[in-house]
Design a protein around this ligand. Structure first.
Ligand code: AKG
Ligand code: FE2
Length: 315
């Protein structure tokens, strides 16, 4: 029987106290989790618990509206990713609908008019999660033994960060896929979900259900960190399974890299330690476009989706 929880890390030693022992303990837990499977959860992260709950409530109200209302906040595809309300293509195995936004103030954003408080709450959650992500990125930087502020400087442009509010439809008798097994393409992702559960992480070949308590944020590493660290830290494999008889609501926040950035294994994890690079370098926007195509034109077989192995050096 698999352990039913992923490790929980208290971020207060980094935010409010000068607690060296607390920091050390947190870093040991994060290093272990990131080396093995790329997932952990955080508490005392600085994002108010009430705000996270409010966002889930308003999201539920929004997704309960009829299609005509939701489609009012649908936008054409002119941003790095489509913003506003979207449904998955008919042939997609992912049975969800979502609302996507870039940082508050981005000209790409299209917000629903209703419920009226939704826009403000989405913007507040986004801003708070941005701050939490910078803190976690700094900790990951330290866990990887990189020079101080290396990741912060490498990933200094926040304009490609994005967030989705997700609604998963209840499972049918024959089928329960909500979001197919995948790794995220970005640097770090944060997820919070309602008490329905359904998020699962692959750990030692077993799917572990991630049940969260109110206010806990789930963190997973993405492909950019895996490539930069030459597989020292893992991009987490995860999926969403839909329960029967009830909808599921969640939010995913993507601490993302600006598209022009060049991504390749860092010398710290290659030349400096006499290890061959596992990936060839690539421009991040190219990878994001390939991944977007997986969504807009889902391949017949999910195994044919393009992931980070596209850049793996094979010989
Ligand atoms: O809805 C969730 O819990 C996870 C979402 C996710 O993994 C994603 O959007 O990449
Ligand atoms: Fe994901």
């Amino acid at each position: 029987m698999a352990e039913s929880q992923i490790p929980t890390v208290d971020l207060s030693p980094f935010l409010t106290q000068d607690d060296e022992a607390g920091k050390k303990k947190a870093m040991e837990t994060i290093t272990k989790a990131c080396s093995e499977y790329g997932f952990f959860q955080i508490v005392n992260h600085g994002v108010p618990v009430d705000l996270l709950q409010r966002a889930l409530e308003l999201s539920r109200i929004f997704f309960d509206y009829p299609s005509e209302e939701k489609l009012k906040s649908s936008a054409p595809l002119d941003a790095p990713l489509p913003t506003g309300y979207k449904t998955q293509p008919q042939q997609s195995p992912d049975k969800n609908e979502y609302l996507l936004m870039f940082p508050p103030g981005s000209s790409f954003n299209v917000f629903p008019q209703n419920p009226p408080q939704f826009k403000q709450v989405l913007e507040d959650v986004f801003s708070k999660l941005t701050k939490a992500a910078v803190v976690v990125e700094t900790i990951v930087n330290q866990c990887l033994g990189l020079p101080t502020n290396f990741l912060k400087e490498f990933n200094h442009d926040r304009s490609w960060d994005f967030m989705t509010a997700l609604h998963y439809f209840p499972a049918t008798e024959s089928e329960n896929n909500g979001l197919t097994q995948h790794e995220d393409g970005n640097c770090l992702s944060f997820v919070f979900q309602d008490n329905t559960g359904g998020l699962q992480v692959l750990k030692d070949g077993e799917w572990i259900p991630v049940m969260t308590t109110k206010g806990t944020l789930i963190v997973n590493l993405g492909d950019v960190i895996q490539v930069l660290s030459n597989n020292t830290f893992k991009s987490a494999t995860h999926r969403v399974v839909r329960p029967k008889g009830r909808s599921r609501h969640s939010f995913a926040f993507f601490h993302n890299l600006q598209g022009d950035k060049w991504v390749e294994p860092l010398p710290h994890f290659t030349n400096h330690i006499g290890k061959a690079p596992i990936y060839r370098g690539f421009r991040y926007s190219e990878y994001q476009q390939l991944r977007l195509r997986n969504k807009t034109h889902p391949p017949t077989s999910p195994q044919d989706e393009i992931g980070i192995n596209h850049y793996k050096i094979t010989s």
